[in-house]
Design a binder for this molecule. Structure first.
Ligand code: ADP
Length: 645
């Protein structure tokens, strides 16, 4: 009976693998860090499982990681006695390189012509596959804790892998790398790779391995053992001895002054599996009702799945230096989900269940205290290094803004932290906005919906810009949500320039009078337009916000925006059709002529639909029936040309 089965990697996984194998990346040694992190996770998992499963308890003895090299065979082996994997897990964990969304992400990068750097590759959770940067082929022998069967996974990184039954003493995982040759020399051009000429890259060299482990994995909580050459008193080799390569010291328990920047960075790579450097770190310890220490990091780049919310790496929870769980969502509010790091609590029970976590008051205390600390640190970062802060905001601002909506307690602080693009400037704070308010300006004005460029050209801005009022341009979908709950900032109300009546400040009495006369003149036309467009708009009125465009659509002061309507529809919710107000500009020649025509013969032609359609287009929307709208425009062009012949 054939016992070896062959499988293929899914196509985007293969693509990712090819990119990684062929990228000329100088930091190949990080494959070891990735494998050690996986082994350490595997041991953590067994420890946690053995707390609840009696049968597994005897298996968690002498947890450790072992590295062994065979220089002649160019073989490097890394084993652990952790949780191991069964056949299904092998297929799903090591056969699925790419996460959901990867395909779109790679395409997106290709479209923007961005190179796929190792930092970007690192985002895909391809840790294990980095072995193929240094190995021609990789074997994984693994046995799941509590199960009798062991499995052997093999691949040469060429699109397929095999799985066969095998045997292994005890549970855990052994990864064996058949290392690429050192120094090139192969006849095949493929094997003449630039890095191979450097002796630095000999991963069978004991000294080299020791230094890589100390550099990247010193704080790993389990001993990393290796048999090394023993030197006698005269420095001669005499047999071998077993050595523990790492200090196992929890980095967050050491005083900040004694930990180097590099150590902090390596720890970040370990907890986050992010291959890029973090933007900054937050070291915090709190004492009181609940004592805990935290070492948190702000990543420099948002992971591509920030909005898919299935990321696994968040904040690790430890209790008294013992690992409890990988991604403890209860420790921070969702709008800070991009934070990575560790929280080590002093007075929580070791056998924490998810239910306890969700209810425990001490967890709430930790979450509040961490949130406050993180927001303080963000403020400090902004003061210290505006450039970095702006870069941070561009990556994560969208997420933080969810907090303005969701976290009432910190709403004011989050508002003060937010950066905005406006009609005049980029990435300013609300306080900076208030500082340059025109003396007669009564409100903080904003416009949302659509891309920045569309917003910049929106007819809604006309009268505001004419008066020199700066308007915040809100181009994130989340903006519609928080602007719906925030009434004011400091003492100024927040107002959308696309909603309600445009109240632009005091007006002269003279102007008021002529306004009234105009209202009367236009009243019959407005009524007729409203009747013709009754299906689409709630009313038609004269606009105070338009100076150059003939018409625009505005919402009621508290109505949904068209973007929200779309969002809710997208989520499968039924939303009543949103009818807005059509505002027309009485100062525009089109309206004046239409008024005269209507007065003369009571006809409106296709103009109501044309006005409505182009008001929709001007704000970045699409007419409900684009083909019909195009035909109306074509008819109009034809009539215009006819008249000119
Ligand atoms: P990541 O570790 O970022 O999830 P990897 O590609 O490195 O991505 O590993 C994929 C999965 O394979 C891991 O999440 C884990 O479930 C499993 N795995 C890898 N190595 C081990 C190991 N030594 N012990 C147990 N499980 C492992």
């Amino acid at each position: 009976m054939e016992t070896r089965e062959t499988f293929s990697f899914q196509s985007e996984g293969k693509q990712l693998l090819d990119l990684m194998i062929h990228s000329v990346y100088s930091n190949r040694e990080i494959f070891l860090r990735e494998l050690i992190s996986n082994a350490s996770d595997g041991l953590d998992k067994l420890r946690v499982a053995s707390l609840t499963e009696e049968a597994l308890r005897p298996l968690f003895v002498d947890p450790h990681i072992r590295i062994a090299v065979d220089r002649k065979a160019r073989l490097l082996r890394l084993s652990d006695n952790g949780i191991g994997m069964n056949r299904e897990e092998l297929v799903s964990y090591l056969g699925t390189i790419a996460k959901s969304g990867t395909k779109e992400f790679i395409r997106h990068l290709a479209e923007r012509k961005e190179p796929l750097t190792p930092e970007l590759i690192g985002q895909f959770g391809v840790g294990f596959y980095s072995s193929f940067m240094v190995a021609d082929s990789v074997e994984v022998l693994t046995r799941k804790a509590g199960e009798g069967e062991a499995w052997l996974w093999k691949s040469s990184g060429d699109g397929v892998y095999t799985i066969e039954k095998a045997s292994r003493e005890g549970c855990g995982t052994t990864v064996a790398l058949h290392l690429k040759p050192v120094g090139g020399g192969g006849e095949d051009e493929e094997s003449l790779r630039p890095w191979e000429s450097s002796s630095e890259e000999d991963f069978t060299d004991e000294g080299r391995i020791c230094s890589i482990v100390r550099r990247y994995s010193d704080f790993v909580a389990y001993p990393i053992r290796m048999e090394v050459q023993n030197l006698d008193d005269e420095g001669k080799e005499s047999g071998t001895k077993d050595e523990v390569l790492n200090s196992m010291k929890a980095i967050w328990t050491r005083p900040e002054s004694e930990v180097s920047d590099d150590e902090y960075k390596e720890f970040y790579a370990h907890v986050s599996r992010d291959w890029a450097e973090p933007l900054t770190r937050i070291v915090y310890s709190a004492e009181g009702v609940t004592s805990f220490r935290a070492l948190l990091y702000l990543p420099s780049k948002a992971p591509f799945d920030l909005f898919l919310r299935e990321g696994e790496r968040g904040i690790q929870l430890y209790v008294k230096r013992v690992f409890i769980m990988q991604d403890c969502k209860e420790l921070i509010p969702e709008y800070l989900r991009f934070l990575r790091g560790v929280v080590d609590a002093e007075d929580l029970p070791l056998n924490l269940s998810r239910e306890i976590l969700q209810q425990d008051r001490r967890i709430t205390v930790i979450r509040r205290s961490l949130t406050r600390k993180v927001l303080e640190e963000l403020k400090a970062l902004r003061g210290r290094d505006r450039g970095s802060y702006t870069a941070f905001w561009k990556e994560f601002g969208k997420v933080l803004k969810e907090g303005i909506f969701a976290d009432e307690r910190n709403r004011e602080t989050l508002l003060s932290l937010a950066l905005f693009c406006t009609t005049e400037r980029e990435w300013i704070t609300l306080d900076e906005y208030l500082e340059s308010l025109k003396p007669e300006q009564k409100a903080v004005y904003h416009l949302s919906g659509g891309k920045l460029e569309t917003l910049r050209n929106s007819p809604h801005l006309e009268a505001f810009q004419e008066r020199g009022y700066e308007v915040l341009l809100l181009d994130d979908p989340v903006d519609d949500f928080w602007t719906g709950v925030v009434e004011r900032y400091r003492d100024k109300p927040l107002k959308s320039v696309a909603k309600g009546a445009a109240d632009l400040g005091e007006r002269e009495e003279e102007a008021e009078k002529s306004d009234q006369a105009r209202e009367e003149r236009f009243a019959p036309l407005l009524k007729a337009l409203a009747e013709r467009l009754a299906e689409d708009v709630s009313s038609v009125r004269l606009s105070k916000r338009l100076t150059a465009s003939p018409a625009c659509l505005v919402g009621e002061a508290h109505s949904m925006t068209p973007q929200m309507e779309q969002l809710f529809r997208g989520m499968g919710q039924s939303v009543p059709k949103l009818k807005r107000i059509l505002e027309v500009n009485p100062g525009h020649a089109v309206l004046e002529r239409l008024r005269r025509r209507f007065e003369a013969d009571g006809s409106l032609g296709d103009y109501p639909e044309l006005l409505y359609g182009q008001a929709t287009l001007a704000e970045g929307g699409a007419p409900a029936d684009p083909a019909r709208f195009a035909r109306l425009v074509a008819d109009l062009l034809e009539r215009d040309l006819e008249g000119k012949r």
